[in-house]
Design a protein around this ligand. Structure first.
Ligand SMILES: [Zn+2]
Length: 370
């Protein structure tokens, strides 16, 4: 019946659908040249710098491709930002990175669909949103960000595609703020090697104690969007806070034997983790994410690893392992994988991710192998 009705649809409706498609295409093609936020700023131009190296993603479509995508997704009702035609029916929240999305889902409960904006395998420091991320955020009623300058890339996306949507800055809620003078989304300027200010170190979720502290204010953010559900959000946040504090104690106990041990990581993500669990970050293979070390940097890292008492080197799935392998081999130290972001099988939930990292640090620092 459905098919027959479609075929029998008056020509007028078909013509109107095509007219919308063509109109949207023209509008976007024109805007593309003028530099509109959705087609150019938030998506096209920024992709040229490339997402995480080693990551295989198709290139962003041109203005025409994007226009077609937009038209197909939403019939052109809302240029550039239409939600997918098929929704789950649940209200949508979006979080920039996987561990935050899991925390948000725990507070939101089953009544919400919580989406992750940044796909796995990419460094949060070089990530460039493309149309898939537009689809993630466009229908969101609340967006959760890590803050501290780490995921500012989402702000442009929101300006273009979800203007006015409430943003919950979870980092700010636990006392993290962007480094003064701006860190360009890296947040590493003042925190090199963990010697900087911890309240400017944006990888706060890698301390389970800080993650636990983010949940009660997150519940209030959900309650502001949906006052009728406030009691549920607060109840879940309280319960999950206890869970995360228990996880925090487990990790602290597991890493207690390694107190004061030094390590080098792929990028400067582990200052909060180290501060909470008694370790000492002494450097990174890529202090500026996206810029691989020069031969001179490599030599310094090898010397530091040989003579600085750094017993372990930790690589991360979002960074190319080549330089780390060289350092580990030359310095004769162990290379172990840790993961600040997760969002992949085995590290999908926040507790899974943190247990993975605690185990990896314990293994790497005890010299038990990768
Ligand atoms: Zn980072």
């Amino acid at each position: 019946m459905e098919i027959i009705r479609v075929i029998a649809m008056p020509d007028l409706a078909v013509t109107a659908a095509w007219a919308v498609l063509v109109l949207v295409t023209l509008v976007l093609a024109t805007r593309h040249q003028a530099g509109p936020p959705c087609a150019e700023d938030a998506i096209g131009a920024r992709r040229r710098q490339g997402a995480g190296r080693g990551e295989v993603r198709p290139t962003a479509p041109g203005a025409l491709g994007l226009a077609l995508l937009v038209a197909l997704l939403g019939g052109g009702a809302s240029v550039g930002c239409a939600p997918p035609a098929r929704e789950t029916g649940r209200p949508v929240a979006a979080a920039t990175i996987a561990p935050l999305a899991d925390l948000a889902a725990r507070v939101a409960g089953p009544g919400w669909e919580v989406r992750t904006v940044m796909p796995p395998g990419v460094s949060e420091h070089v990530f460039e949103p493309d149309p898939r991320e537009v689809r993630a955020v466009a229908p969101a009623r609340l967006v959760v960000v890590a803050g501290g300058g780490l995921d500012d890339w989402v702000r442009k996306l929101l300006q273009a595609c979800a203007p006015g949507v409430p943003v919950f800055d979870a980092g700010a809620a636990v006392g993290i703020h962007a480094p003064k003078g701006g860190a360009g989304g890296h947040g590493h300027g003042a925190s090199h090697g963990g010697g900087g200010e911890l309240d400017e170190e944006p990888h706060w979720w890698l301390s389970a104690a800080l993650a636990a502290r983010s949940l009660a204010p997150m519940a209030e953010a959900f309650a502001r969007v949906d006052p009728a559900g406030a009691a549920g959000y607060r109840e879940r946040a309280a319960r999950e806070t206890e869970e995360l504090l228990a996880l925090d104690r487990q990790i602290a106990a597991e890493l207690a034997p390694f107190r004061g041990r030094r390590f080098v990581s792929a990028h400067l993500a582990w200052s909060q983790f180290a501060a909470r669990y008694g370790l000492v970050p002494v450097g990174a293979v890529e202090p500026v994410p996206g810029r691989e070390p020069s031969p001179r940097d490599l030599k310094e890292l090898i010397d530091a690893a040989r003579h600085g008492g750094s017993g372990a080197l930790f690589t991360e799935p979002q960074f190319p392992p080549g330089a780390a392998r060289v350092i580990a081999r030359e310095a004769g130290i162990r290379l172990t994988t840790v993961d600040p972001i997760g969002g992949v099988p085995g590290r999908e939930t926040y507790p899974e991710l943190m247990r993975f990292n605690a185990d990896a640090f314990a293994r790497g620092l005890s010299g038990e192998g990768p």
